[in-house]
Design a protein around this ligand. Sequence first.
Ligand code: GLA
Length: 736
Amino acid sequence: MITVSKDKTFALTNKYFSYVFRVSPEGILEHLHYGGPLRDPLNVAVHHLRTQREVASNFQGGPYFSLSDTPQEFPSFGTSDYRFPALHGRNSDGNTVFSLHYKKYQIVKEKPRLKKLPSARGGDSETLIVTLEDPLHKLEVELYYTVYEHYGVLVRSAKFKNKGNKELQLQHAYSSALDLPPHEYEILHLHGTWSREFCEERIDVPKGRFIVDSARGTSSAAHSPFIAIVQKGTTEEYGRVHATTLMYSGNFSLSVEKGEFEDVRLLAGINPFNFHWRLKPGKKFCTPEALHVYADKGLRSMSHIWHEFVREKVSPERFRHKPRPTYLNTWEAAYFDVDEEKVLHLADKAKEIGVDMLVLDDGWFEGRRDDTSSLGDWTADKERFPSGIPALAAKVKAKGLKFGIWFEPEMVNPKSQLFEDHPDWILHVPGRKPSLGRNQLTLDLSRPEVIDYLYAQIDDILSCGDIDYVKWDMNRNMTEVGSAGQSKNRQREVSHRYMLGLYDLLRRLTKKYPDVLFENCASGGNRFDLGMLSYMAQNWTSDMCDPIGRLDIINGCSYLFPLDVTAAYIGPSPNHQNGRVSSIKTRFNAGAFCAARGISLNEEDIDEHKSELQSLIMFAKDTSEDFVGGRFDRLIKSKNEVCWQYTSRDEQTVYLAYFHILAAPNLPFRRARMVGLEANADYMLVEDGATYAGDALMQNGMPLPYVATGQVNEKVRYMTKGDFSSHLFVFKKDNN
Ligand code: GLA
């Protein structure tokens, strides 16, 4: 997988890609190729022509060589490259010019794990570590590149070591840089906000710099830490794609720069804005991992690579390919109006409709009757839960259900015992009144004593042994980011130190409770990233539970994430977020395309739709094994129609969901060309026993149901008349 030539050309190759760079005659790491696999990658042409460019500055006096137009592996600023650099900072003399030269390399069979940050698992992989040095600043930079035999993901990170006897300051400490050759590219990125996460935007790569980033303390729904640079005109099935994400949950930056010579630089890593790391002599700084995918058959092939990798190498192994329990969550069923009696009653209702788990959401802890108080005080409310959570959990479990509970550990309300006891445990800066978000403040997780407190509080509840699931919420972005636990000149380290503290807490808890299913949530998808997913097997995708509101969210989310890590429930109608009225069936069908399926309905709603819910929950349980480990494909996405296919891992069952948003008369007859089926096999449609040939379903397509507004013909498959209808087909492969 990794080969090195005598003159130091390095090639990482597997069946998905080749990634090639060399040590240039000037001692710089010069990038040569990142694209389809090459038969002889060490002999790839050097595209950079060392020739005269007018007005270019020649690097360190050498002829015809400017870093401004040289594709590099880890660029810095100040020595003839004017673009945004991967490394920037200053030494103790105030010198801000860095220059990295090749020093040595090493290849290791096992992927080294980052100690304080989440990292992708190794196995059947090789890692190339190239060491660069800046002899003046006495800075060493190790670049890590991991290539896997069976996955199309390249994992990169950088480690900075201060080898001198004076402090260095890091400002840009990106994880990776990628200089792509001039070409017609577009950018696909995902943006959004609360309840509208993962909206997709496509733009031409502009001249200048385009950045998606976060300065909110969470990776955020405003800009997901994901970007794809695609060949112009790329579709689901066509086009070359370079996609990148980060295994990081805090302030990140993905910067795309098209320079004067039209090559395109992608930088991925910690956001340099408001970041400064003081690197004392002898100390190291590790960046988060940046993950890169190259795919040459459009967005579908890109997503397949991500999905497989996230499931196999990122998400906790314990839950890999494990069907998720169906559940009843109390949130939209009762909001803060929960007490022991009500929860036990809902547990009975859950049992009646066949649900596996009861989840007690917000509202259970001391004094928490609305969102104005109590975060931080993680003991059961004495009045409403007099026997405490362990006893309640045991009672729920005695009914034959699993039990789950909600926490929002990183937060504190000013109205709470914790805040009274430790007012300086919040993120704050002297002289500024802290801004509130949802009436709450953010705890300072850069402080070890805060981590220890939270660990003890959560451990106290989980140690009863009856908690099967934890929903870990985080409901505000950070402001006034400063810490009373750090010195004045380390305040710009606080955001990153917060993340290190959070990861430490998650590592300790998930290590002690490996069988507890943790679900990540941040007002829905405000911190949905690979960093959190490496500790938690699933993510509450969005608070948007209206099925139509969810379609775009699922679509965008699926570019990167497999359904294995997503959760949804059937919520009330009219929907509480956008007021839309929709059928239980359509609400279920949109939510069915995820691993963890549940409901959040009150007693009256459950009673009213009992038999329908019973059969849907039965379907969810019967298919739960299929919805982990399978293949998801986006088939149709237009303003009015969405169609997805999901193929189980054993390829025996294929699900096809079709959503029709607004009804209209005389619509075209639609069909969906299915993908990835076995051409020679037959597929039986479960609802009527009809058989379809695999090749016909792929080439000719499956006729989709019609939304009738007028007279009907019995022989035609219709969907419910009116808006927001949907249909879920299930095909079984015929193995005879
Ligand atoms: C956030 C979550 C919801 C719910 C509430 C509880 O908004 O996204 O699912 O848990 O918090 O306060």
